[in-house]
Design a protein around this ligand. Sequence first.
Ligand code: HPA
Length: 275
Amino acid sequence: MKIDLKFKYQDLIKYFKNETPFEPLVAIVLGSGLGGFAQSVKVLKSFSTFSLPGYPPSTIKGHEGKIHFAEYENKKLLLFQGRIHFYEGYKISECILPVFIANLLKCKYLLLTNAAGGINSNLAPGDLMINLSLNGINIKKEVAGLIGLSSVSGKNNFKNFPSAHFNKIIKLAANKEKIELKEGTYWFTKGPSYETPAEVRMIGNFWGDAVGMSTAHEAILGAYLGLETASISCITNYAAGITGQKLSHEEVTATAGLVEKKFEKLVKKTISLLD
Ligand code: HPA
């Protein structure tokens, strides 16, 4: 059965119809520890997600629960500072709200960013990795509930992740800013805890380069709806078992904080190259 998002979020749709100051060009979902980006651009209007009808509250430290209408170099932005994770106990129909809203407001581009654990030996904490593909095998069934049996055109869109055009722009931006941008496959796990070393070994053996607990379902739906969708992972830690060290959310947000300037430069240059 397909979940009717337009019906479920009819109050939210009405709210945005009245409150939206402009049609954004790009929606950016800011991952764990990367929310500070919102302070580096001109914010014109902000909402607390707590005040939005039907919007679930964020329960994670470092996820502010804010939506900003902002501007950078005359490009209109929609920023999600804080996301909704499956491991927080929310339904898939709630986790994809940023994508639903980006589509509702007719964004052309969707940039998903996340914190992830590095598995491939060429990745180290502090690296940025553009996602060339993702493995969402753990969440396919739930996503199917959102898109139903799909249409042929929808299925074709589905394959358009990542958008080749958008990825090219991001790589060009990295080049112009002389930022080393690694490339790889993002592997989604449902959480709620970080992986075990055995799980990480399995993921690595199946060509997963980095692992995280977000993005896959957002990317699938974004592409399905026809948004040009791309994602960037901030490698915040070695995945479990790669070194002897225990993982923590504090380590994740602390490393993301160290990468913030590089991340900001890359995303700003990317925005300036969009049209
Ligand atoms: N695993 C899952 N999610 C993550 C990780 C990790 O190692 N790091 C940041 N988010």
